[in-house]
Unconditional design. Structure first.
Length: 116
């Protein structure tokens, strides 16, 4: 691979760059396509922020700010693609924000409830 890497660098015609990645302790040398070179690094979402996983409608909200919740408690019922989904608390905590009300239409990835 070193020979290929040197050829690409010398002629400069390739818009990809080489990178080394570590996946479960195994080191790989790979190219990164131009369209992905300037991407922001992945940032995991906070598990205390409850997001809409698909566009839909809020049918019922069971919590309000300052309510104490335990892991597994019902937070709301969310309808998407004609299916009702109960969203449950992923952790113990106190409701910090409720950003929706019954009947609201929500977008994918919109923060619905925050737990602190």
């Amino acid at each position: 691979m070193e020979e290929i890497y040197n050829n690409i660098e010398q002629d400069g015609s390739n818009t990809e760059k080489w990178d080394v990645i570590n996946i479960d302790g195994v080191i790989y040398q790979t190219t990164i396509p131009k369209k992905n070179q300037d991407r922001k690094p992945f940032k995991a979402k906070d598990p205390k922020d409850i997001h809409a996983f698909i566009p839909g409608t809020i049918l019922k909200v069971f919590v309000k700010p300052k309510d104490k919740v335990k892991k597994g408690d019902k937070l709301l019922i969310f309808q998407a693609m004609k299916m009702s989904n109960e969203l449950l608390a992923p952790v113990n905590g106190v409701i910090a924000e409720v950003n929706i009300k019954e009947g609201d239409s929500v977008n994918k990835a919109q923060v619905l409830v925050k737990i602190k």
